[in-house]
Structure formats: structure tokens, C-alpha cells
Design a protein around this ligand. Structure first.
Ligand code: Q46
Ligand code: ZN
Ligand code: ZN
Length: 338
């Protein structure tokens, strides 16, 4: 039985790469402190900035929203309904989980206000300073643009391949546009270390120097019309965010998007997990050493700044002349409000 290093009670997690075991209460504290440290270290955002968290109903994004609120940041959520409900009601369930999370956060915060010594919040009293009443923005793609993601992908790719390219383009567009239009300066996503190193590994195998140059915990708003993007959980292993969700009682959608099965990213995650088993800490050092090399300018020469201008229809930044890739893919001929 592993013991908590701080108080000696039963540990809920043993992090071999940090040589650290912690009980539920001290683990929560550790996650909050580590996240705050990452936000400061990489200069992600300040306490008076409004942050938009992209929430999918999964463990990472809901935990991130929870942590930011507990740390006292002004974090609101954005859920994008992709209309992926075959063969499982993935989108419907993920929206339900997101809504249920928000209700429980509000209820907990009310309970703490009314009865500060309630045992509901014993572990988090020290840190729960939720002064911000969180909002959830929901953009339903089929309702707004007339087709689900699988439908637009089928229409545009003649049934070839997965809908992920259409999905990624749509999500990036909606996130950026909504953030700007609603006055958020920062967009936060729940990417964890396993997500980051799977992409890093893929880009390294192919020496995609341009992608390597742009992979970072913070993507600054390099020009007008682009919002700053940050990943406050980029140094947490997937197991760590899952444990946080578990000890916090956050109910999230366990299933992955049905289109994620068999993708290359999952294959790389499995490979990297094998490496980690043999060599604890290998995943974290792969990432941190990459950031160090990148910080020393190893990829600087590949960081090409592309010419951007405003889409003639929606005003969002684009490299394409005329309409942006989103407006072209969705055959948009008049401005649609998300
Ligand atoms: S949601 Fe969309 Fe992912 Fe599903 S369709 Fe592909 S890209 S797998 S993160
Ligand atoms: Zn403890
Ligand atoms: Zn456009």
C-alpha cells in the first residue's frame, strides 16, 4: 500500500516520474498548484483575463475548467456540438455531461457559500475561491450550419476517409471566432502530456519542422483576428487528469469519439506508454527537453509567418484569397452567426 508523502494516509496515486505518492486531498492540492505554476511559467493568462475553455465532456477539459475555477480564474466554457451520434450518441452524451458538470459546480459553490464548513468541500475550502459565475456557450454545428460533421465530410470528401479533417477545421474556426466575438483574450484546451507527445512523436518521425516550430504550451495571438491559445495541462500525464476527475467526482464521457478508433495518435500513445513502462519519466522528459530545445531556438528558422488577410465573408483570418477554408468547405455565401 502506497502512503501519501505529505500525511501518511492511503495514496490514490503514485507518480513514479515525480517519485511522489499522494492521498486524494493532497493530490487535488498538487494538481491546482502545478496548473497555476504552468500558467505563470508559460505566461498563459492573468487573473483578470477572461478565459474560454474548450469543453468536450471528456475528463481533461472538464477537469481543466474545474481547476481554473477553483484557482479563481474567470473561465467560461465553449461546447461545440458536432452531431456525431452514430453508432453511439457521442455528441448528445458529451453535452449532457458538460451541462451536468456546470450544474454541479454551481451547486457546490452555493453550498460552500451557505455552509463553509460543509464536508462537501473540506478538501477544497483552502483553494475554492470561485468568485466567477461560469457561463457555458454552446454552438450546435448541425443547427447553425445545416449539416453534422460526418455529413459535411461525406459531402466534401465523397465518402473517403475519416471526418477528422473537416471536424478539426470546423472546431478551430468556431473556437477562434466565438472567443473573439464574445471578448475572450485566451482560449484554453485540455490537451495533456500524452496528447502533446503523441503529436510531437508524429512530427518528429516525419521531421515536420514547421509543425515542431509551432508546438508549444502557448500559441500567442500573433496577429489581429487570432486569439491566444494555451494548454495549462500539457505537463500532466493522462492518468493524472483521470485521477483528478475521479477524486473530484467529475462525471465525464468515457467513450472516445467513434471516429478516433484506430487513428495514428492512439497507436503512438500505446508505443510511448511501452517506453514509459521501461523508463519511468521518459514521456515527460521527451516533452520538456523538446520545449527546452525549442526555447533555445532549435526550430526558430522554420517558424514562418504566413501572410494572413480577412476572409471576404466572415472576416476571420485566412491564407486563402477570397473566402476562408471554413466558408469554402461549408459553402457559405452569407454570414452565419454561430
Ligand atoms: S472529434 Fe472530430 Fe476528433 Fe471525432 S471526428 Fe475526428 S477530430 S475523432 S478529436
Ligand atoms: Zn495526504
Ligand atoms: Zn470565412
Amino acid at each position: 500500500m502506497m502512503r501519501c508523502r505529505k500525511c501518511g494516509t492511503n495514496a490514490v496515486i503514485n507518480m513514479r516520474h515525480h517519485k511522489l505518492s499522494l492521498c486524494a486531498e493532497h493530490y487535488e492540492e498538487w494538481v491546482l498548484a502545478q496548473t497555476d505554476r504552468a500558467i505563470e511559467k508559460y505566461k498563459m493568462f492573468a487573473r483578470d483575463e477572461r478565459v474560454l475553455v474548450a469543453v468536450s465532456g471528456g475528463k481533461d477539459s472538464l477537469s481543466l475548467w474545474d481547476v481554473l475555477l477553483r484557482l479563481g480564474y474567470q473561465a467560461d466554457g465553449l461546447y461545440i456540438g458536432l452531431g456525431i451520434n452514430e453508432p453511439l450518441p457521442y455528441s448528445d452524451v458529451s453535452l449532457e455531461k458538460t451541462r451536468a458538470f456546470l450544474s454541479s459546480v454551481i451547486a457546490r459553490s452555493e453550498a460552500t457559500k451557505q455552509s463553509p464548513s460543509s464536508d462537501l468541500e473540506i478538501a477544497s475550502q483552502k483553494t475554492l475561491v470561485m468568485t466567477h459565475a461560469p457561463l457555458l456557450h454552446v454552438v450546435d454545428i448541425p443547427q447553425t450550419y445545416g449539416k453534422t460533421i460526418p455529413e459535411i465530410a461525406r459531402a466534401k470528401m465523397r465518402g473517403q476517409g475519416k471526418p477528422c479533417a473537416a471536424c478539426g477545421l470546423t472546431k478551430r474556426y468556431v473556437m477562434n471566432r466565438l472567443a473573439l466575438e464574445k471578448g475572450y483574450t485566451v482560449l484554453a484546451t485540455g490537451h495533456n502530456l500524452d496528447d502533446e507527445i503523441a503529436v510531437l512523436f508524429q512530427n518528429t518521425l516525419r521531421w515536420q519542422t514547421g509543425y515542431l516550430a509551432r508546438q508549444a504550451p502557448v500559441l500567442p495571438a500573433s496577429r489581429e483576428g487570432l486569439v491566444k491559445k494555451v494548454k495549462p495541462f500539457c505537463r500532466f500525464y493522462e492518468r493524472e487528469t483521470a485521477t483528478y476527475a475521479l477524486v473530484r467526482g467529475i462525471e465525464y464521457i468515457y467513450e472516445e469519439c467513434p471516429h478516433a478508433t484506430g487513428n495514428l495518435t492512439n497507436f503512438y500513445k500505446t508505443l510511448l506508454n511501452q517506453l514509459e513502462t521501461e523508463s519511468p519519466g521518459a514521456k515527460l522528459s521527451f516533452y520538456l527537453e523538446f520545449l527546452r530545445a525549442r526555447g533555445e531556438g532549435a526550430f526558430e528558422q522554420f517558424n514562418k509567418v504566413e501572410e494572413l488577410h480577412a476572409c471576404e465573408l466572415c472576416d476571420q483570418p485566412t491564407t486563402a484569397p477570397g473566402r476562408c477554408a471554413f466558408c469554402r468547405m461549408w459553402d457559405i455565401i452569407a454570414l452565419v452567426q454561430p
